[in-house]
Design a protein around this ligand. Structure first.
Ligand code: SF4
Length: 240
């Protein structure tokens, strides 16, 4: 399986930071977005680039990737897997590779998410990675799922129904007023904070909330958006 590290991403939501891409084979079969139109990386330029990584036309093997991570500037924030998932095929996380990656990173702030299932083995691997300074956000499909994932003691992000998204014609003030009328907590009372890059000019480099390695006080929420927002929003509205 191949990995690529782009030195400076041109993704405006990320900001100018390094961003890696993992082969499609790292994606879990259990991901509800996969092949159903909800995964943004399956469309447009990202999809074309992803295909090149899959075929080994850009990037290299895991050893090469780890060396590139080691050579990043000491305090560089970066995005792990703008497409793809953590090392390991399908639903599993390769513990040996994850540990090598975490050690190579040496505590640099990293924005990483996973859709791999919260199995006992995977959670243990992610706790070890977190203790080595590589904190991975567990991706929840809806707020009920987020409440389950939070119990593992790792940071969690969640897809929110589309009404949490700022409408094109809405001013920020109008949006914030409307947002105030929507639930800000999960059914179990965990606080939800909507990602600021979804409604302001902020980017990840300026925000950095998802790169926080310790306990975060909130679950970061991403409103369903884009051409497939209806399907994604249905998933986000499900109860668990
Ligand atoms: S919450 Fe911050 S770091 Fe996380 S995705 Fe949004 S802008 Fe990026």
């Amino acid at each position: 399986m191949f990995y690529s590290l782009t030195k400076i991403s041109r993704n405006v939501k990320l900001g100018p930071m390094p961003a890696s891409t993992s082969a499609r084979a790292t994606c879990p079969s259990s991901c509800p977005l996969k092949g159903k139109g909800g995964c943004y990386a399956e469309y447009g330029p990202m999809s074309i680039f992803w295909g090149k990584v899959d075929r080994g036309e850009v990037g290299g093997n895991f050893d090469t990737f780890v060396k590139e991570v080691e050579q990043l500037p000491r305090r560089q924030m970066w995005r792990y897997a703008q497409a793809g998932d953590l090392p390991g095929e399908g639903d599993s996380i390769d513990r040996e590779q994850m540990t090598r990656l975490a050690k190579a990173n040496r505590g640099r702030p990293v924005i990483a998410f996973t859709h791999k299932p919260a199995t006992v083995e995977n959670i243990e691997t992610l706790r070890q990675a977190r203790d080595l300074g590589f904190s991975v956000n567990l991706s929840a499909n809806n707020v009920g799922h987020a409440d389950e994932l939070v119990k593992h003691g790792l940071n969690v992000v969640v897809v929110l129904p589309t009404e949490y998204a700022r409408e094109k014609e809405e001013t920020n003030t109008e949006y914030r007023a409307r947002l105030n009328s929507l639930p800000k907590h999960t059914p179990d009372g965990n606080r939800i904070a909507v990602c600021p890059a979804t409604y302001t000019e902020t980017n990840c480099l300026q925000c950095g909330a998802c790169a926080k390695s310790g306990d975060r006080s909130a679950i970061i929420g991403f409103p369903a958006h884009g051409t497939k927002k209806k399907q994604v929003s249905q998933m986000a509205t499900a109860s668990g």
